[in-house]
Design a protein around this ligand. Structure first.
Ligand code: HEM
Length: 322
């Protein structure tokens, strides 16, 4: 159970790290520390002005890195650790190191858009990845004989909408990063729903980048609604409360996310609005992941229990995957 709680702590701290990271660019602090990994040659600069955001983000990143190391250690010293868990935790550690290096490259090469966008893309994958490992570490509910109560795997076609929604939201997050890092956030001024001069497709490049994010935002919204409806009915049919709850929350989160996007435009990229928009994107992504995981058998991470295909014979025993 200690490894599970470590997982929760790492997931929560990573979410806070995402929020702190989200303050750096809109507050104009991206190059407040011109060097890396130190800031003006020291690990302990005066935390004022942009340094507060930029170096604060680095300190939070170091904390998440340290938590990931301790998490690995906790798993290694656990009695009868599962090999899969050890591998997943080691992969998480590799990701957090790569993420730090990408952050460093961003500073050293003065914010190339491709590197900054990859930095955000990897941060979201890391967030999902550690959430997945944490979910696997949660002991499944069992009966008196130790059999997993919910060992049913919902057929793949019914889980596909959740995967499509996950992909659409992740794509939309990457598009958001492109908007931010190509400085296209203010390209339509604060006009909404259309771009400046009431056009849907402006002639100017940065405004086009901006509008792609808005238009795909609507597409992603529709996909999330569709996936929620499909997942909700599958959850009811196979009695999957986690998927049912996630399906109920997804449309709410998606509506809030679009509203935050509008507010971000309306305030000419206000820092609190842009940070909330980033955090909302991360939560929506996690929720779409829960749509899919919630339709999986509870015994996916267990060392015992049988996984049963909902429309077929038992598939496998120990730790079968989705
Ligand atoms: C499902 C819908 C949406 C998702 C998941 C989403 C996600 C995101 C994310 C994660 C970012 C930040 C990227 C970064 O920090 O590098 C972002 C940026 C942005 N989004 Fe969205 N977005 C959505 C819809 C919208 C809509 C509908 C609008 C406008 C009406 C909008 C306007 C913006 C703007 C202007 C930025 C750039 C902020 C900046 O320059 O700092 N978004 N989006």
């Amino acid at each position: 159970m200690a490894a599970f709680y470590f997982g929760i702590a790492t997931v929560v701290t990573t979410f806070l790290l995402l929020l702190v990271g989200g303050t750096v660019n809109p507050s104009g602090s991206s190059l407040a520390c011109p060097d890396w990994p130190t800031c003006y040659g020291t690990f302990f600069p005066r935390m004022e002005g942009g340094i507060l955001y930029e170096h604060g983000h680095r300190i939070m990143g170091t904390l998440v890195g340290a938590l990931t190391v301790f998490w690995n250690v906790t798993l290694w010293v656990t009695r009868r650790p599962q090999k899969t868990h050890l591998k997943l935790a080691a992969a998480a550690l590799a990701m957090v190191i790569l993420q730090g290096v990408l952050g460093g490259i961003t500073v050293i090469y003065k914010l190339p858009a491709i590197v900054s966008t990859s930095h955000l893309g990897l941060s979201m994958i890391f967030f999902l990845f550690i959430s997945y490992l944490t979910w696997r570490l949660y002991p499944p509910h069992t009966d008196a004989q130790g059999r997993v109560l919910d060992g049913v795997r919902v057929p793949q076609p019914l889980r596909t909408p959740a995967v499509v929604a996950l992909g659409a939201v992740y794509g939309q997050i990457l598009l958001g990063a492109v908007v931010r890092h190509t400085k296209s956030g203010r390209a339509c001024l604060n006009d909404w729903p259309l771009c400046t001069d009431g056009v849907l497709w402006p002639a100017w490049g940065p405004a086009q980048v901006h509008m792609v994010h808005r238009i795909f935002g609507v597409v992603a919204f529709v996909i999330v609604l569709w996936a929620s409806a499909k997942t909700f009915s599958a959850a009811r049919r196979f009695n999957k409360p986690v998927a049912g709850t996630a399906a109920f929350i997804a449309p709410v989160l998606c509506t809030i996310q679009v509203a935050l996007g509008v507010l971000t435009v309306h305030t000419f990229i206000g820092v609190p609005e842009a940070v909330a928009h980033l955090g909302g994107g991360a939560l929506l992504l996690l929720n779409c992941f829960a749509l899919h995981l919630g339709l999986s058998p509870e015994s996916i991470g267990a060392s015992d229990g049988v996984v049963v295909d909902a429309v077929g014979p038992p598939l496998s025993g120990v730790g079968a995957t989705t």
